[in-house]
Design a protein around this ligand. Sequence first.
Ligand code: COA
Length: 204
Amino acid sequence: MRSLIYFYKIIKLIYYQIDQAFSWIFTWLKFTLNGIKFNDFVSKGRPIVRVSISGKCYIGKNLELNSGKYYNMIGRQQQCYLIVGPNATLIIGDNVGISCSSIVCNKNITIGNNVKIGGNTVIYDSDFHSLDKEKRNSIPEDLSGIVTKAVTIGNDAFIGSHTTILKGVKIGENAIIGAGSVVSKDIPKNQIWAGNPAKFIRNI
Ligand SMILES: CC(C)(COP(=O)(O)OP(=O)(O)OC[C@H]1O[C@@H](n2cnc3c(N)ncnc32)[C@H](O)[C@@H]1OP(=O)(O)O)[C@@H](O)C(=O)NCCC(=O)NCCS
């Protein structure tokens, strides 16, 4: 029985090594074919990447992406999504780690250096739909006047898993956001905020 367990562990180890090599090649192709300016990275699993022809995406050094159910097993896994719309700009700094999260940039999202983004987080800089029901319900949908506001996440911030960061939010340097928070207002630097809506917990 023991040898069967060891055999299983070794096969699993080999499988993950091969899978990670394929993940890297897949991600490299996705980044390159989407015109992203990037540096060295680690990518476990296969992210979904879509950068509009007029969109821009810059990624700093040492990005680490975990995508899908076998990487970063915190539950509710999805792939990482890096989505950049027309004329929008997504900037990701150095040493950033993103697990199973979705970043949808329709205007401007800037993520500083050393930012860690926990699994199942979503970051939006727009409402996606008009707040006017006539426009929202028209066929085809009238997408004019949709509110978009830039999102900024400062250096060294730590975003707990399952967090939702909404348009216009600035998260200060070294701030920590608790798991499952909804952030709709600015968070000062060096503070912990959590909850829905996120509220001040304590200074760091
Ligand atoms: C925010 C966090 C760092 C705070 O940790 P802490 O300083 O040890 O805080 P405590 O557990 O002492 O809680 C302090 C207060 O904040 C509240 N709180 C903590 N985390 C919270 C959360 N995620 N949502 C709402 N309230 C939260 C507690 O209920 C407590 O409230 P009280 O003072 O009224 O009793 C931690 O709770 C957290 O959410 N960690 C993120 C983990 C994570 O997602 N990792 C990434 C995995 S990929």
